[in-house]
Design a protein around this ligand. Structure first.
Ligand SMILES: [Zn+2]
Length: 420
């Protein structure tokens, strides 16, 4: 514990360094740079490192290669491997900042920057935890792995999914995974809801706008779809409950976001000064983002939407639609009695003096790939930072929170990797 406290300045500098590498995704910038930074750092701590490019995954190109790093330090005896996985990418800056988003400013015990909380602070805390553990217990049984992976913010296909496909999360190699996402230092996150993304298109017939009765308006058809969602789907979803301890509580039922809507003529650029042509739209598209619970079956989730659309086909004149699935992520939930859950929860109680809270995430994160592709169930998210700050302007991570969670992580290492 003292070894962590002694590293306070080092932790601050490390977090600032990571924030100052602007690993924006999209487009997926500077992955190589951050991997090389981590490589230098972790080699000094005795880790063997491997840089892996996820060739051919979405967005991977010579301009924006999807680089990942896996660092491993084996102990002096055989035992379990504890893996800390952090994504290195950050989302678009957006407006409303009063701090430099890539400055890493330290003020009032908080470090500011895009990715400070989601999740470079967690990455830094896990590195400090491992380094402190290794300094105190150079002889231990088992292994520690630390990975920095690409593209979590865009689905993780060029990061954890790729590595899982290559066997890096095989339960024969790795037995415990901690993902230091910003779920707050006193919570163990067991998993996440599922997500189903689809584009729905309604069709019409183009005609002159002064005689819409000679055509068929695709936007009005979409209006009927949205009305059916309001009248039937949203109330049905809101009535569903779950045993998943999802936070915030509003996400403890099914939800659906209408991500976008577009009908009629393509929107013109801001520099276009012409007027729109008078046409009845022959196409309207929406993208839906449906989040579902562990208790819901994906076939029912899909079927509920297609039934409403099929009903409109019979009840509404000239109604026709197309539904194209964009992406699907199934829910993931680790058992509460899984070893990594129990160990981290016990360490939280030891460090913070109160029982750990068990939560699940409203959105998905890389646990899905570790679970589905890697077939590794002993996985949680645990890390410093306030979840609600993720992706917001003036995102920050608290230094004390990072230190506390590093204590918890180091304590978990000591429990799982017995010192020699
Ligand atoms: Zn994240």
């Amino acid at each position: 514990m003292q070894a962590i406290t002694d590293r306070r300045d080092d932790l601050i500098a490390l977090t600032q360094d990571l924030i100052r590498i602007p690993t924006l995704n999209p487009p997926g910038a500077d992955y190589r740079l951050i991997c090389e930074y981590l490589e230098t750092r972790l080699r000094k701590a005795g880790f063997e490192t491997e840089l892996i490019r996820a060739h051919g995954t979405p967005g991977d190109s010579d301009k924006y290669p999807r680089w990942n790093i896996i660092a491993r330090r084996d102990g002096t005896a055989k035992g379990d491997c504890v893996h800390f996985n952090s994504h290195t990418d950050v989302v678009v800056v957006g407006s409303g900042w009063t701090k430099d988003p890539f400055g890493g400013e330290l003020s009032d015990g908080k470090i500011y920057g895009r990715g400070a909380c989601d999740m470079k602070g967690g990455l830094a805390a896990s590195i400090i935890a491992a380094e402190a553990f290794l300094a105190v217990y150079p002889d231990f049984a088992g292994a520690i792995e630390i990975s920095g992976t690409a593209d979590e913010e865009s689905g993780g296909y060029g990061g954890v999914a790729y590595l899982a496909e290559k066997g890096y999360f095989d339960p024969a190699r790795v037995q415990h995974v901690i993902i230091p996402e910003p779920l707050n230092k006193d919570r163990v996150c067991l998993g996440h809801r599922g997500g189903w993304w689809a584009e729905i298109e309604t069709f019409g017939e183009i005609a002159h706008g002064s005689m819409p009765f000679l055509g068929d308006c695709a936007v009005r058809h979409m209006g009927a779809v949205l009305t059916a969602f309001e009248d039937k789907l949203y109330p049905a979803m809101a009535a569903r409950t779950t045993d998943m301890p999802v936070v915030p509580e509003g996400a403890r039922s099914s939800t659906m976001n209408i991500n976008s809507i577009h009908g009629g003529q393509p929107e013109q650029g801001a520099d276009y000064t012409g007027l729109p042509a008078h046409c009845v739209p022959d196409s309207c598209r929406i993208v839906i983002d449906r989040r579902f619970l562990a208790e819901e079956n994906i076939d029912e989730v899909r079927g509920e939407v297609t039934k409403l659309l099929d009903d409109l086909k019979t009840s509404r004149d000239r109604f026709d639609y197309d539904l194209r699935e964009i992406n699907l992520v199934l829910p993931s939930m680790t058992d509460r009695d899984a070893p990594v859950v129990q160990t981290v929860a016990a360490e939280i109680e030891k460090v913070l003096g109160k029982p750990a809270e068990f939560v699940a995430s409203p959105g998905t994160y890389d646990q899905k790939h570790i679970d589905r592709i890697g077939k590794l169930k002993n996985c949680i998210a645990y890390g410093p930072g306030i979840l609600e700050l993720a992706h917001k302007p003036d995102e920050y991570v608290g230094v004390d929170d990072m230190l506390d969670s590093a204590q918890v992580m180091a304590g978990a290492l000591r429990q799982i990797l017995p010192p020699g």
